[in-house]
Design a binder for this molecule. Sequence first.
Ligand SMILES: [Zn+2]
Length: 175
Amino acid sequence: MTKLKIETGTKNPILRAKSKPVKKFDAALRKFVKDMREAMMKEEGLGIAAPQVGKNIRAFIVVMDYNKKSERILAMINPEIVTKSEEMEEGEEGCLSLPGKFAKVMRHKEITVEFFDLDCVRQVLNLRNLNARVVQHENDHIEGVLFVDRLAEGAIIEEIDVKRKKGDKDGEKRI
Ligand SMILES: [Zn+2]
């Protein structure tokens, strides 16, 4: 296991770059995804994208169906959000790369995402609510976008002591 360092800061060039597609679905990619998963679980996040651990490639992992029986972790490689509902939904977000910051962000309520799994098999998922939110947040990361870029004018960014906040109610999970 390689311990990955989490990149932080709104001006961090790695977090601000547009990431490149993954070309090789090999053992190195598997290992990298495994290490990302460890980093996410250590931080109790609901998702983590490759740029957050220093690699500008189009890959992220997400927790789907958080806190339900069907909860599972998925790796999405070269994802594309192909449909977005007109209906939007507001929800609180935090980010492992912006420690202690939380704010309400508008996201599409439902999306369809196409991606490749680690075996290079194309997958399509229709997602809604928190699942859709997590994927939109992570997809932003591979485009160099952070949730603070998406706040409505005058929106409040809450600053919270991260250590005290860890593991609190799911609205405050970081992605
Ligand atoms: Zn994030």
